[in-house]
Design a protein around this ligand. Sequence first.
Ligand code: NAD
Ligand code: DAU
Length: 378
Amino acid sequence: MKRTIIITGGAGFIGSHVVRLFVNKYPEYRIINLDKLTYAGNLANLKDIEDKPNYRFVKMDICDFEGVYKLMQEEHVDGIIHLAAESHVDRSIKDPFTFAQTNVMGTLSMLQAAKAYWESLPEKWEGKRFYHISTDEVYGALEMTHPEGIEPPFTTKASSGKHHLAYGEKFFTEDLKYQPHSPYSAAKASSDHFVRAFHDTYGMPTVVTNCSNNYGPYQFPEKLIPLFINNIRHRKPLPVYGKGENVRDWLYVVDHARAIDMIFHEGKVGETYNIGGFNEWKNIDIIKVLINTVDRLLGRPEGADMDLITYVTDRAGHDLRYAIDSSKLQKELGWEPSLQFEEGIEETVRWYLDNQEWMDNVTSGDYQRYYDDMYSHR
Ligand code: NAD
Ligand code: DAU
C-alpha cells in the first residue's frame, strides 16, 4: 500500500532516525520531513538519505496552520507522525513560553490542519492516522522505594511478568494519572490531552506513545550523554546536578524508531502505549561508564578522567526517578528492544568519537548553514 506521511521534527535527534527508517524501509511511501530547523534541527543528520526519491524536506513551523493544511492538500497526506517539539527541560525552566507555543499550540495546529483536510475528503478518517510522540515525563516522578533491608537496585517483577533491576517498586503504566513537574513536561502533557480530545470529540484516528530517555547518534550535545562524551574527550568538567542520584530509564534511539514504525502500522486507534527498555540507571553510574568507555577508546588509562566529575546546583524541580513499564507494547505488538545497554552505549560513544566533525559543526553553530547551502535553491 502507498502512503504519504508527514514526519514533524524529522531533522532532530529521534525524528532523523524515524525518517531514515521509513525512507529506507518503505520505498513505496512518500516521506515528508516537516521541520522549522530550530537550534535542535540539523539536516546533516540526514545526509545519507537526502537524495532518495521518496523523501522531501519542507522547512515549516508546525504553528503555521495554513501552511500545514496546504501541504497536506498538495501531497494528499494520509499519515502524520508528530515529533516536533522543544525538548530540553533546562531550556523550559528558563523560557516556558516557547515550550507552550511549540508543544501545545503547535500540536493543536497540526491536529486542526489534519482534521480540516481529512474531513474534507469523501472517505474522511478511513485509512488515516495521527501519531503523537510523547514522553514518560508527563507521569511525574517515581519514588525510590525498596523492600526493607534490601538496597536498590533490586530485582522486581513488572506487569510483563519479567524480572528487572529497578530502583523502586512502582513503574509508569499507561493508566497512571499525569503529574508533570517541569514546564517541558507540562506542555507535553497538555499536547497529549489535545490529541486524545480530538479522538474522543471528532473521532480522529490518533495514537499516543510515551517513551523513556533516548540515547544514540545525532543527539544535540546539551543532553547528558553527548554533552558528557564531548566534555570527557576534551577534558572539560562534567556538571553533575545534585548528587547524581536521579534515575533515568534509557532506550537506544533506533529501538524507539522501530517501536514507532510498529505502532504507526499496527497500534490500535485511540490507544496509548508506553515505550521503554526496563533499563534504569543512576546518573552518576552512567557517567562513570561514559568516562571508562571514552578513556578506553581513546587509549587513556580507564578511569583517568574521573576527576572531571563536578557536582553542581541541582536542576529546579528535578524528577527523582523515571521507570517505564512497556509490557503492554511487548505483549500486544511483540516489540522488544534489540540492543542491551552495554552494547548500545559502547556503540554510541564510538559514534561520537568517530564523528568529531558532526560534533564540531553542532557546537560551533556551523550546521545551521547547511540548509542554506543545500536546500534554499532547490
Ligand atoms: P530534538 O530537540 O532533538 O528535535 C526537535 C525537532 O523539532 C528539531 O528538528 C526542531 O527543529 C523541530 N522543531 C522544534 N520546533 C518546531 C516547530 N515549531 N516547527 C517545526 N519543527 C520544530 O528532540 P528529540 O529529542 O528528537 O525529541 C523528539 C520528540 O520526542 C519530542 O516530541 C520529545 O518530546 C519526544 N521524546 C524525546 C525523548 C528523548 O529522550 N529525547 C524521549 C521521549 C520522547
Ligand atoms: O524521559 C524522557 C525525556 O528525557 C525526554 O522527554 C526529554 O526530551 C529528554 O531531554 C530527556 O529529559 P531529561 O531531563 O531526563 O534528559 P537530560 O539529558 O537533560 O538529563 C538526564 C539526567 O541527567 C537528568 O537527571 C539531569 C541530569 N543532568 C543533565 C545535564 C544536561 C546532569 O546531571 N547534568 C547535565 O549537565
